[in-house]
Structure formats: structure tokens, C-alpha cells
Design a protein around this ligand. Structure first.
Ligand code: DGJ
Length: 572
């Protein structure tokens, strides 16, 4: 999976042009605020007032800042990311109550600008992976004021109580101070979004059983939660147990955590209204089990925005714009199910963390669901063992080996990232990744179907790649003109007839070499008018080579090089 040096150079040049973040240190002009926009049922993140696709990576994030930044940037450059996710730690930010240390934030801003990338900053506040390990020491030592959760047996759990009002107040103040500083220090909008907490929720107990929590558990469920979950009970103001039965503990904890984080987000937005999101440690999306069974509450982190409580989170934390899945699912079906579950009419799809061997191709599946961004985790050189085990690469192999499969996505899409974001927002783009056992996928457009096949050879139909690595995107530019890009696949087109003809079912697919259909008794065959290979530069498609003959006679084949085609079609 190596690009030739000429191709790399061309991609790099086009990428740099497409990825300019203007860096003017003195007298910086204030740029428009990044914002989420919804139109015709589709979302986009607007940056500089136009749709933007985050080609992201999250650094290995747990410690040693900022000393490890030199090990981050070479990896980011290799990947061609346009956005880097980096944490800000509460313990470092507020070493003593009310004393804020902005040095890490300023370093991140300065270095990101030097490297022409945007940032998503992650607020490691009350929660990081279900615990309070990044709370400042002065809080960790004051357990009465900043208590842990308590389990069913009265034992303290390694997770903060969402009912600790002093902790909430402290987090709100610190987060607001962080956002205030960002507002002053970042008129150029290097930071696009902020993640509020990290994988909030609890391991070790489904909810808090402290007296404060118990009192609320026995009180009526807030009406907005009853509405969001469409609860109908005999009582008009049921308590949690009456409203939700066996799910009551988990739903109660989700509400408590969401309400807390919603208030932290609102406090930050009040000073600087950047888009904000919360990320989820997931439950099994396909095999959620009842109590006592695999997949039951307790077998996953409880209280975070897992797929079953998204409506609770939306109602309890309206200041959050996005609820986002951290996808480390091993099996392909689960991975794809998660993408579907978080792509909702009230929630843009955003993948803030992901990992796993062979999962890089699902960037294309996310694109097919109009993702606003995608960000594999731990792709830097700071923590080799952890990164490699996450990506299941062989530790004896060179670093690039685990970066390359992810990097290939961005090498391909990077130069045309703004076009892709716009086409997706306009509903003109479809994308797909190979699934085992599915050798062909059909992407329907107005009057053409794009047929993507995997594992095809010269005159042989696709039978699937030996390892499912195929991926493709197709976008309609004009009537009969498409942008096509991908890896390890063949793309061809077949006339689709009009909507009326499709309805009347007078369409029969032919089997000839050129895809054909019999529409209302008349054969229509696809012909390529013009197949142009090229790249986008400053929004303009630049031709580098015309394809014809062997390159088009069997369909359009994509291998391991990043190839973008503009394809004009007609019938005969
Ligand atoms: C998910 C967390 O959100 C990340 O911060 C990191 O801990 C990863 N898991 C990988 O360990």
C-alpha cells in the first residue's frame, strides 16, 4: 500500500492548497464562528461559512503534555489530517481553585496554526472514561465536597457522582474560564468544536445509590424525559421505577450525567458558543441483553450517550449539538450499525474516535451517512505499544504501517475536502465500504445507478477482495456527470430510467459488457463520453489524464493509488 512518489507529491501539493488555515499572529481578523447547519434533513459543520469535513485524528491523549507534541506532528503530516483532536486537562488547567493555567491551550493553538490544521479540544473535566482521574488534586482530596458515586452496597465507585453540586459548579466555572480564554485567543477559529468531558458515565455500578441520588430516583421523572421517551403510565407523574421498570437505574443515571454535562456545556457556550459534543463508550449495538445476560446494563459504561438513551441526552442536555460514538467494534456489522444509530434526524453523525485493523474503510460508510468528521484514535508516535495494539499492527513493523490504511482515506479526499463536504450537504454524494460477502453495491442517482464491485478483474465480475478493503464514493456533479473516487474496487454506471419508468417496473437489467437496461421495451446502453482523471485545486477540477480503451472497457478500476475521476455519461 505505497503511493508512488509522483502521486504523493501531487496529492501533497493539492492538499496544502485545499487545507490552508490562515495564520496571522498580529491583528488577526475575526473569522465566522464554526456552526452546525441543518438543511433538507442533512447536517454540515460550517467553517468559514461553508460545509467542512473533518479529516481528523485524535492523538494518544493520556499524559506528558506538551512535551510529546513533537511526536504528534510528523504523524499528522503523514496522515494529511485537517483537524487534530487534543485534550485539555482540568488538573493541569486549574492547579489551585480559581487559578487557571492557559499555557497548554496556547501551545496547542500556536502549534496547530504552525501546522495549518484546525483543532477539536477535549475537555477532560469531571469525567474521563467514566472516572474523575483528571479532576484537580484539591478536588480528589476533598471527598465530602466532591464525592464518588456509591454502589448498591454503599461502596464508593471509581466514578464521580453526577449529583455533587459543588463539583458541577467547579466544572462549570473552569470550563467557562477555558472557553473565555479560547474566545480571546482564537479569533481565527483554529478550534472548531469542543468535546465536553470524555466518555462520561460509570463502570462498576449502573447508577449512583447515594442518599441524594436515591431521593431523586424516587421523585417524579421530569416531564421532558417522559416526553422524549414517549412514556405512557397510569400516573401522570411517575417516578423512575414506575416509568421505566427494569431500565430505570440506567435511564436515571443517563439523565443525571446528561443534565450535569448539559449545564457545563451551557456555561461554556454562554461565553463562547462553539459547537459542542459528548462522546460515548458504546454498548453492543446488535446484542443488547436484559439484566443478567451478555450485553445487559452493567456490562458497558452506564449513563453515557449510548444508543438506547440518546433521546434522554437530547432532552436533558440541549446545549450539546452532537452525541458521538467512539467506535472500537470488532465486527463489521456492529460497526455499521453504530453509524446508523448515531445518524439521526436530531443528530449529525460524527466519529470522534475509532480504531481497529481493517476498519479504516468505514470512513467511506460514514461519508455515505453525511458524517461531519471522522477521527481515528492514537495515531501518533507517542505511545507505540498502545497505538499498535489498538490498530492491531505488528510491533516489529515500521510506524507507517499502522498509519497508512487510515492515511489513504485522507490522501484521496483531502485535496477535494470542501467539494466533498458541499456535495454531501447537498445530498449529491453516496459512498460505501466493502462488506464481507457483498461483492456488489448499487448507489442510485436520479437517472443513473452507480455499480460498485469488489475484487473484479479485467473481464471478471467482482467476487469480493481477499480482505474486504474496497471503498468508493460517487457524487453527481451535473445530469450525467459524476465524481468518482475509491480504492480496491470497480465502478460502472447503468441507466436507471425515470422515476415513472422505475415505478412501472418496465426496466430489465441487461448483462452485456456495457451495462444496459431494457426500458419500456427499448435497450439503453451506457457509454462513457469522457473519463477524466485529475485533482481539485482551489475548487477547480484540473485534468491530468484522459482515460479510454483498456482503462474504461471493463469499467473504472481503482487500486491502491488515490485516483479521482470525473465521468461524463450518455446512452446509445
Ligand atoms: C476511549 C477514550 O475515550 C480515549 O480517551 C482513550 O482512552 C481510548 N478509549 C483508547 O484507550
Amino acid at each position: 500500500m505505497k503511493m508512488t512518489s509522483a502521486v504523493r507529491a501531487a496529492v501533497l501539493a493539492a492538499f496544502v492548497v485545499a487545507n490552508v488555515v490562515v495564520t496571522i499572529q498580529a491583528q488577526v481578523k475575526e473569522r465566522p464562528l464554526p456552526r452546525l447547519v441543518k438543511k433538507d434533513g442533512r447536517f454540515a459543520l460550517f467553517v468559514d461559512d461553508a460545509p467542512y469535513l473533518m479529516l481528523g485524528a485524535q492523538v494518544h491523549n493520556s499524559s506528558s503534555w506538551p512535551a510529546s507534541l513533537p511526536k504528534v506532528w510528523p504523524a499528522m503530516e503523514y496522515l494529511h489530517v485537517n483537524t487534530v483532536e487534543m485534550p485539555v486537562y482540568w488538573e493541569q488547567f486549574e492547579p489551585r481553585p480559581g487559578q487557571y493555567d492557559y499555557t497548554l491551550i496556547d501551545t496547542l493553538l500556536a502549534e496547530a496554526r504552525q501546522h495549518n490544521v484546525h483543532l477539536v479540544l477535549l475537555w477532560f473535566g469531571t469525567w474521563k472514561n467514566g472516572s474523575q482521574h483528571y479532576m484537580p488534586e484539591w478536588m480528589k482530596l476533598d471527598l465530602d465536597r466532591y464525592p464518588h458515586m456509591v454502589d448498591r452496597n454503599g461502596e464508593a465507585v471509581d466514578s464521580p457522582s453526577p449529583h455533587a453540586m459543588a463539583a458541577l459548579d467547579a466544572d462549570k466555572s473552569a470550563f467557562a474560564a477555558f472557553m473565555r480564554h479560547l474566545k480571546e485567543a482564537d479569533p481565527q477559529r483554529t478550534v472548531l468544536m469542543v468535546q465536553v468531558e470524555n466518555e462520561a458515565g460509570a463502570w462498576g455500578s449502573v447508577r449512583d445509590y447515594s442518599p441524594a441520588a436515591q431521593k431523586l430516583f424516587e421523585a417524579p421523572v421530569p416531564p421532558e424525559i417522559l416526553g422524549a421517551m414517549q412514556v405512557k403510565t397510569a400516573s401522570s407523574s411517575p417516578n423512575w421505577q414506575q416509568a421505566f421498570g427494569p431500565d430505570a437505574d440506567e435511564y436515571f443515571h443517563a439523565w443525571a450525567v446528561a443534565k450535569y454535562i448539559g449545564q457545563v456545556a451551557a456555561a461554556g457556550k454562554a461565553v463562547y458558543p462553539l459547537p459542542m459534543y459528548a462522546n460515548a463508550a458504546l454498548r453492543d449495538p446488535l446484542h443488547a441483553g436484559p439484566a443478567g445476560q451478555p450485553g445487559a446494563p452493567g456490562s458497558y459504561e452506564s449513563g453515557g450517550p449510548t444508543d438506547n438513551v440518546l433521546a434522554i441526552w437530547k432532552a436533558a442536555a440541549p446545549a450539546l449539538d452532537v452525541l458521538a460514538p467512539d467506535i472500537y467494534q470488532d465486527d463489521d456489522a456492529s460497526y455499521l450499525k453504530v453509524l446508523e444509530l448515531y445518524h439521526r434526524d436530531d443528530n449529525p453523525l460524527f466519529v470522534p474516535e475509532t480504531g481497529g485493523a481493517g476498519k479504516d474503510r468505514f470512513f467511506f460508510s460514514a461519508l455515505g451517512l453525511q458524517t461531519i468528521g471522522f477521527s481515528p484514535f492514537g495515531l501518533d508516535y507517542t505511545h507505540k505499544a498502545a497505538n499498535r495494539s489498538l490498530n492491531q499492527a505488528d510491533p516489529s513493523r515500521p510506524q507507517e504501517e499502522f498509519l497508512t490504511p487510515w492515511a489513504m482515506n485522507y490522501w484521496l479526499v483531502g485535496p477535494m475536502q470542501r467539494e466533498i463536504a458541499r456535495l454531501n450537504f447537498e445530498g449529491k454524494l453516496k459512498a460505501v465500504a466493502e462488506e464481507p460477502g457483498k461483492a456488489t453495491e448499487t448507489l442510485p442517482f436520479t437517472s443513473w445507478d452507480a455499480i460498485v464491485s469488489f475484487g473484479a478483474a479485467r473481464n471478471r465480475r467482482g467476487a469480493g477482495n481477499p480482505k474486504p478493503a474496497g471503498r468508493a464514493l460517487v457524487a453527481q456533479l451535473e445530469d450525467g456527470q459524476f465524481l468518482v473516487a475509491g480504492y480496491f474496487c470497480r465502478v460502472d454506471f447503468r441507466p436507471a430510467g425515470t422515476e415513472q419508468q422505475r415505478k412501472s417496473l418496465h426496466i430489465v437489467e441487461g448483462t452485456q459488457q456495457n451495462p444496459s437496461v431494457l426500458i419500456d421495451g427499448k435497450w439503453r446502453h451506457r457509454q462513457f463520453l469522457r473519463v477524466e482523471e485529475g485533482t481539485y485545486e482551489n475548487g477547480v477540477f484540473k485534468l491530468s489524464r484522459l482515460w479510454n480503451g483498456d482503462e474504461t472497457d471493463w469499467g473504472l478500476d481503482f487500486g491502491e493509488d488515490p485516483i479521482v475521476l470525473r465521468v461524463s455519461l450518455a446512452t446509445y
